[in-house]
Design a binder for this molecule. Structure first.
Ligand code: ANZ
Ligand code: ZN
Length: 792
């Protein structure tokens, strides 16, 4: 009888003892570095979402190992940061203790899922031997002029009591707790990620990321080609510079608007208007960027002043308006209500003229020397004109801002600098790293935003490393994104005391061949870590320009009711309960089977039971066949199994874990129906192809029932034998615009008739809905092999 609770812990223990999943430093086999995002050890433990990603990608790692690759699949803990700190505050136990406890418990969970991690490489970002190097990299950034301090408007989360980077504010709300954020000004550390904007954008062409991940990064970097136009303020020496992407519409300009944060917003106002302007500025500082952007009725205040549009000598009234964002362009915009919806809404509210200057055919009108020109030609012409006159300058702007790098929190890496009255900012010498986080009894964040570390009086006062005089340590700590910006490098050489990682080893293992993680990290961790890697590359400390060759992302596991799992909704599924009720192999296969990897899935207990029944059937049919003593199967049985080898491989490597499992289920049903004709040879193949998905039952059947040499996970992935290919069947590769979308098995009669073939493929891969492809699309057919649809 299949008893997962007996076999699973037994094999888990043996695998780890024998180190069968450890990557080899010496193997000459091709390497494959497979990475999943490491979790933070919070009190909630790991959830089924973690299990989904880790177990599915585990199948990839296992398959690649069986195919002879030297696989590294490491794991660790992102232990600094708010989740750990908040949990400690909640329980009243110091984070250094709760983090250790939570790691221990989370590790037991991960172990119970039978993942093929190389535990010899485990890291913990809150360990001084690790964060020594996080601090070291910070100092390299500082020495390169890429870390600096500035007084800036920051996003303040009143609930977490912390400042957030722009990327951590999602739709105006704190990424962690969902509280609406406010704006404050404060002196902060920033990292100059914007120095890498262009390369972060361009190099996306060289990596294999899922397309929507690329698009999100492109949009976040937000490159815009435009021009900065100068408008002299009438009766003053002041000139206002406005960024516009549509200068050809400038004859239709009817006002200028400044962001409330614009450095001239208060100054410029005419004496009679100053009071109102100041009141308005104060009020708008309370709003989030999102509120400001989305408000349908635009608000603003007139400054009493006008600027001159040199193109047509028109007087443009100057307003302060909070739909203008400080972080965009020059913090000032020229309003063209006829051609910009935001400007139109503003013009309606303030009764300003709406002058149409481009007609419906994109031809410029009412615009003097631009009249009759197509808008893109007019754009070039007016830019040249403005540049000649000295009124404007071609400019590229980016949405990407420098990364706010300091936090007024306890549980993070201390920033390794001191402030000396004589020398200013002085870095801690490398030999004195790490700057260890001092033990603090009261580590709660303060309401004022002052760092908890400022209470550590003994720790703060130090001698200046430069002049030996009195100095004070920096009391801000790094954000939780610091440690994760380079952790994948430390796995490669986790115990190195002389370097963050040995260059030769980095050459051997980098880049990461396949990195899977959450969509929510696309513009945070994924972008930050690309930036750090590029910086290290420039310092000749890592061998490539991009850290990750391939990036995939998994969907979320929702509660049975289709809602996000949360304690308050009472719909949280604890993976531990599933393991204890059904076994880890059932949990693993269920999570793969639940739906397409990239989409969200709804949890279903019935489906878990279904998977468990499937494993029972695997056990039973294997046992019966072996006990029958039959060694060889009939040919058609081997044909089916052989087709399954190929399909499993394609499915696992193509992240179609759900069809990998459903294929196995169909195969097993077929074997059961034909049990009398099935022999040991077929069972052996079945166990091999089951091994990446359900490693425990496979090992037990392999070593126990078949008496094969331990371990099935070190066995060779079976070769697909052509002689068993189903007679007359063709595995047709389907592409859209040259990109692989899937394969469809077709009979010889189907491939013989193109109309029939196309119809079959359109339905089999749901092409109409998924890719908007139908019979009308152009296509290129390579007979019996491939069909490539052209999307337009
Ligand atoms: C004049 C104009 C005319 C614009 C027109 C657009 C259309 P998009 O449109 O997303 O590419 N802008 C500039 N600085 C801004 C700021 N600080 N806050 C809010 N909006 C700002 O973004 C570029 C446009 O955003 C710019 O081009 C400017 O409006 C506006 F028919 O200038 B435009
Ligand atoms: Zn000094």
């Amino acid at each position: 009888m299949y008893l997962p609770h007996e076999i699973e812990p037994k094999w888990q223990k043996k695998w780890v003892e024998d180190g069968i999943y450890n990557a080899s430093e010496f193997s000459t086999a091709q390497k494959s570095y497979i990475l999943v995002e490491f979790p933070y050890p919070s009190g909630e433990r790991l959830h089924v979402g973690h299990a989904r990603s880790y177990c599915s990608i585990d199948a990839v790692a296992r398959l690649k190992r069986m195919r002879g690759l030297n696989v590294m699949y490491p794991f660790g803990w992102d232990a600094f940061g708010l989740p750990a700190e908040n949990y400690a505050i909640k329980t009243g136990i110091h984070p250094s203790i709760t983090v250790a406890q939570n790691i221990k418990k989370s590790k037991a969970q991960v172990m119970s899922w039978g993942l093929s991690f190389d535990w010899g490489r485990e890291i913990n970002t809150a360990d001084p031997s690790y964060y020594k190097w996080t601090q070291w990299i910070f100092l390299q950034l500082y020495n390169a002029g890429l870390a600096y301090r500035d007084e800036i408007a920051v996003n303040w989360c009143p609930s977490c009591k912390t400042n957030l980077a722009n990327e951590e504010v999602i739709a105006g709300k704190c990424e962690r707790c969902g509280h609406v954020t406010e704006r404050r000004t404060q002196k902060q550390w920033l990292l100059k990620i914007t120095a890498y904007s262009e390369r972060l954008l361009d190099d996306l062409a060289s990596v294999d990321y899922r397309n929507d991940i690329k698009i999100q990064q492109i949009n976040w970097i937000g490159k815009k080609d435009g021009v900065n136009i100068d408008y002299p303020v009438i009766d003053s020496d002041v000139v206002l510079t406005c960024f516009t992407t549509r200068p050809e519409t400038n004859f239709g300009a009817s006002f200028i608007a400044l962001a409330p944060e614009h450095h001239l917003a208060k100054i410029i106002a005419d004496a009679d208007y100053k009071g109102e302007v100041e009141k308005y500025i104060k009020a708008s500082m309370k709003k989030s960027e999102l509120e400001r952007q989305e408000a349908k009725t635009k608000t603003g205040v007139f400054t009493g002043r006008y600027a001159l549009n040199g193109l047509n000598n028109k007087r443009l009234p100057i307003y302060v308006a909070d739909y203008v964002l400080h972080s965009v362009g020059t913090s000032a915009t020229v309003g063209v209500p006829a051609h910009d919806i935001r400007d139109f809404e503003f013009a309606c509210a303030f009764d300003l003229p709406v002058i149409k200057v481009v007609d419906d055919d994109n031809v410029v009108i009412n615009s003097d020397f631009l009249n009759g020109l197509n808008d893109s030609i007019a754009r070039e012409k007016v830019i040249s004109f403005l540049e000649e006159k000295g009124w404007g300058k071609r400019t590229i702007t980016y949405h990407l801002r420098d990364w706010i790098f300091s936090r007024q929190h306890y549980w993070g890496e201390p920033i390794p600098v001191v402030y000396c009255e004589k020398c200013g900012i002085v870095t801690i010498p490398e030999k004195d790293l790490p700057v260890e986080l001092p033990y603090l009894e009261n580590y709660k964040p303060s309401k004022t935003g002052e760092s908890p570390l400022s209470k550590a009086k003994d720790w703060i006062n130090v001698k200046c490393p430069h002049c030996g005089g009195e100095a004070k340590r920096e009391t801000d700590t790094m954000p939780n994104w610091a440690g994760s910006s380079w952790y994948f490098l430390r796995y490669i050489d986790p115990n190195n005391d002389n370097n963050f990682a040995d260059f030769k080893k980095l050459q051997k293992w980098m880049p990461v061949d396949w990195y899977n993680g959450g969509m929510e990290h696309t513009t945070l961790h994924l972008l930050y870590s690309r930036f750090w890697y590029k910086f290290l590359y420039d310092k000749k400390l890592v061998p490539h320009t991009e850290p990750y060759a391939k990036r995939t992302s998994h969907g979320v596991v929702l509660g049975p009711n289709g809602k996000k799992m949360s304690k308050s909704k009472g719909n949280v599924i604890n993976p531990d309960d599933i393991v204890s009720s059904y076994g880890a192999d059932s949990l693993r296969l269920y999570l793969m089977f639940a739906g397409p990897f990239e989409l969200n899935v709804l949890w279903s207990n019935e489906a878990v039971m279904g998977v468990r029944r499937f494993l029972n059937r695997v056990w039973d049919v294997s046992t019966k066949v072996i006990e029958s003593g039959r060694t060889t199967s009939e040919d058609d049985i081997l044909q089916v199994i052989n087709a399954e080898i190929k399909k499993s491989e394609d499915d696992i490597l193509g992240t179609k874990f759900n069809t990998y499992v459903s294929g196995l289920m169909e195969t097993v049903n077929f074997l059961i129906e034909n049990e009398g004709r099935v022999g040991r040879d077929a069972i052996k193949l079945l166990i091999l192809i089951l091994a990446p998905g359900a490693p425990h039952i496979s090992e037990e059947l392999w070593c126990g029932l078949l008496g094969e040499e331990y371990s099935v996970h070190k066995a060779k992935w079976p070769k697909y034998e052509d002689k068993y290919s189903l007679a007359g069947d063709f595995n047709i590769i389907v592409q859209v615009d040259g990109k692989f979308k899937g394969t469809v098995i077709c009979s010889s009669s189907e491939v013989g008739d193109e109309d029939v073939l196309v119809k079959k493929i359109l339905t089999a891969l749901n092409m109409r809905e998924k890719y908007n492809i139908n019979e009308e699309n152009k296509r290129i057919v390579i007979e019996n092999k491939l069909i490539n649809f052209i999307s337009r």
